[in-house]
Design a binder for this molecule. Structure first.
Ligand code: ADP
Ligand code: G6P
Length: 472
């Protein structure tokens, strides 16, 4: 008999990755990406269980406790990793939902694997949920789970949150399995999106594809109402704000600047190495500022941290080569003895080291071509109680809706990015403080607990016009 929970998170990944060394010793490391950053603190403060994959092939693990969370591992075979995770999730849906900035791959074998793995997640959730439990399904890898789970367990309250953008109807229409995916999502009681625009795209799509009517936030199925709403995700502001006040983080930030040769301006980029992040665009702009003589090599250093990501997917392999070539080219053309304008690191770092980097940086450069939210932007803001620091932020990141006082840029416009980078470097302390104060107020108020609280409250209160509840 399995242990059952009244609250379940279902996500493709567990919050920790299992790392097996060459000598066979195994350990756990925080999984990459914003989903884990956001949900882990929420889970640590609530009792419940998290179902997900451990990050390695063919691993059958007993449920276990880690960092104050109860974790249940769902195994994936090597073939499923290739077809469901690298394939349909990350070579089909990821580019399709991000404005087709890369060309999506449409392959039937990938779709079949996606369906089979979603079925496995739904069965596991059904098995571990107690009567009437709340089940919160996460992200694009598991869009069929809500309807599969409802079929198995109609007693559950099912929520779904999409961490990435939901595309306009005209793009989604390309998907050969568009009906199945939309029907999968409509198994939820509440479907959450980062921005109101994503929720509106979804409602329009439901009407056009399935002919189902909607009014306001509610979609009317024959026997139920599905609510759709935007819940912009956020960070653990309190944790970061506390972390950057610790003496060891403050002195590490100073040390980082010294190790960089104490430049006048330290610019920083922190991203998964993903083609949606616009890393090439920002490096190009920085390189041109150097070549145009608008900044000198000793005056500014650009630190680019790029976390390894999805390394077996073709587009990601190509991106890594392109970025590394570009860094080499710009440094080759602009370095002087003893100073390299771009410092590039293809590594993951612990949270306190990232916090020290954020604290050290004068200008944070976040230039995605499309991004659901971008938590890095909100993390940077959370780390600047000193009110120093400028955020250069793409208009195509969800975060730009809230952080209006950032130096906003269109990442496709190199001249515009150069102008805003320079403006950020040259702004007066007064100007920076004014912008930072407003942005901090926003992130401190709408932190990740508020995000989760609002989603779960909404999920647990029935829709006003739900026929199942209106006559009770
Ligand atoms: P995405 O979810 O697409 O990766 P986000 O910006 O929303 O983008 O979230 C990225 C998360 O990953 C942030 O919490 C950030 O701190 C973390 N992160 C990014 N780069 C690194 C790194 N090199 N080492 C450790 N954590 C990282
Ligand atoms: C984004 C996605 C998450 C994903 C993360 C890391 O944040 O929205 O669902 O977990 O990137 O990507 P990965 O493929 O390594 O899980």
């Amino acid at each position: 008999m399995v242990g059952r929970s009244s609250f379940l998170i279902v996500a493709n990944r567990l919050p920790v990755d299992r790392i097996v060394e060459q000598d066979g010793t195994a350990s756990w490391r925080r999984s990459p990406g914003g989903l884990v950053t956001a949900i882990a603190p929420v889970m640590q403060r609530r009792h419940g269980a998290w179902l997900g994959w451990s990050g390695a092939p063919d691993e059958e693990l007993e449920p276990f406790e880690q960092d104050g969370m109860h974790l249940i591992s769902i195994p994936l075979s090597a073939e499923e990793i290739e077809l469901y995770y690298e394939g349909f999730s990350n070579a089909t849906l990821w580019p399709l939902y991000h404005d087709v900035v890369a060309t999506p791959v449409f392959e039937r074998r990938m779709w079949e694997a996606y369906r089979a793995v979603n079925e496995r997640f739904a069965r596991a959730a059904a098995e571990h949920a107690e009567e009437g439990a709340v089940v919160w399904v996460q992200d694009y890898q598991l869009q069929l789970v809500p309807s599969m789970l409802r079929e198995l367990r109609p007693d559950l309250r099912i929520g779904f949150f999409l961490h990435i953008p939901f595309p306009p109807v005209e793009l989604f229409w390309q998907l050969p399995w568009r009906r199945e995916l939309v029907q999968g999502l409509l198994g939820a009681d509440l479907v959450g999106f980062q921005l109101p625009g994503g929720a509106a795209n979804f409602r329009r799509l439901c009407r056009r594809l399935l002919g189902v009517p909607y009014k306001g936030n509610e979609i009317f199925l024959e026997d139920r109402v599905v609510r759709t709403q935007a819940f912009p995700i956020s960070v653990d502001f309190g944790e970061l704000d506390e972390m950057v006040r610790r003496p060891e983080v403050v002195s590490r930030a100073k040390e980082i600047r010294m190790e960089l040769g104490d430049p006048e301006h330290m610019l920083l980029g922190v991203d998964r190495l993903d083609y949606t992040k616009g890393i090439g665009q920002r490096l190009e702009a920085f390189g041109e500022l150097l070549k145009d003589g608008l900044i000198s090599p000793g005056e500014a250093v650009f630190v680019q941290i790029a976390t390894p990501s999805r390394e077996r997917v073709e587009e990601y392999r190509r991106l890594r080569d392109d970025i590394e070539l570009q860094v080499g080219r710009i440094n080759g053309e602009t370095s002087e003895f003893g100073s390299q304008p771009i410092q590039y690191f293809h590594q993951s770092y612990p949270k306190d080291e990232l916090a020290a980097l954020y604290l050290a940086a004068d200008v944070m450069v976040v230039t995605p071509l499309r991004d659901g939210m971008n938590l890095v932007a909100k993390e940077y803001v959370s780390c600047h109680h000193d009110l120093h620091g400028a955020l250069v932020l793409s208009e195509f990141a969800g975060a730009a809706d809230e952080l209006r006082q950032a130096f906003l840029v269109n990442p496709y416009d190199v001249e515009g990015v150069k102008r805003q980078m320079l403006a950020a470097m040259r702004a007066t302390p007064h100007e920076l403080a004014r912008r930072m104060r407003t942005m901090r107020r926003r992130v401190a108020t709408y932190d990740v607990d508020r995000w989760a609280g609002e989603f779960l409250n909404s999920l647990e209160s029935p829709a006003a016009s739900d026929p199942a509840t209106s006559h009770s």
